[in-house]
Design a protein around this ligand. Structure first.
Ligand SMILES: Nc1ncnc2c1ncn2[C@@H]1O[C@H](COP(=O)(O)OP(=O)(O)OP(=O)(O)O)[C@@H](O)[C@H]1O
Length: 213
């Protein structure tokens, strides 16, 4: 490797496009996100932000384009290992307790080294709610449970769709602290916003989405 050869970015996206019923939702898009970087994905309601994150998480299939992680094509296993998706919906199992939900998810996704469920609940402000059923949580507490799942995930790339929705001021600060810590730890994030909520103070790149015509 030559001395000034750059390592491949954590995520590299080229020509990514998504059509729904033959109508373009976004793209073609080109961008990359390196470790330690946050990309703010901004756009009006319906601009395609959620769709983009779902494509990057592997929940929807793009019509065209390339996605690579650390220079390798984003096949399913690599994508699952690399990305952690925080969606609009809580995604918790309603009749399991807070701890049972996180134990179940850690079984599926693995766990960040040296991180415990108890410590994650402390970080997100849910200490004391260990045995509460997910369905008994408020909308903001459910979001905090999703944030605990993200905090426990070993995946380096967080895909955060409107992470500030339903959160109070302390919750907004919590998201910002988590993002900062994750970036400092060599991770990266994509954060969507339509501009009405807060944005992370750590923004390093901006991607504006507009509906293609
Ligand atoms: N399941 C679906 N079936 C059909 N159309 C959909 C579906 N989900 C989204 N769309 C359409 O795709 C477009 C992009 O939606 P998307 O949810 O990605 O936008 P967004 O930028 O996240 O919007 P918001 O800020 O309102 O959350 C919109 O026009 C929307 O109506």
């Amino acid at each position: 490797m030559s001395p000034d050869a750059r390592p491949a970015p954590l995520m590299y996206v080229q020509g990514l496009r998504f059509l729904r019923n033959d109508v373009p939702v976004f793209g073609p898009l080109d961008f990359e996100v390196g470790r330690g970087e946050a990309l703010l994905v901004q756009g009006a309601n319906g601009a395609g932000k959620t769709t983009l994150l779902r494509v990057l998480a592997g929940l929807l299939r793009a019509d065209a384009g390339t996605v690579a992680f650390d220079g390798r094509p984003a096949e399913a296993l690599l994508r699952a290992e690399t990305t952690a998706y925080l969606g609009h919906l809580p995604g918790a199992k309603a009749d399991l307790s807070v701890v049972e939900n996180l134990e179940y998810l850690c079984g599926l996704q693995g766990r960040r080294p040296n991180q415990s469920i108890e410590a994650a609940l402390e970080v997100v402000g849910l200490a004391g709610y260990e045995d509460a059923l997910a369905r008994q949580l408020s909308a903001g507490q459910k979001k905090r449970l999703s944030l605990a799942r993200l905090w426990l995930s070993p995946a380096p790339l967080w895909l955060m769709d409107e992470p500030y929705a339903n959160l109070d001021l302390q919750g907004i600060e919590l998201v910002n602290r988590m993002v900062k810590a994750h970036l400092a730890d060599g991770g990266a994030t994509l954060v969507t916003t339509h501009g009405a909520y807060a944005a992370p103070p750590v923004r390093t790149q901006l991607l504006e989405l507009r509906r293609p015509h």
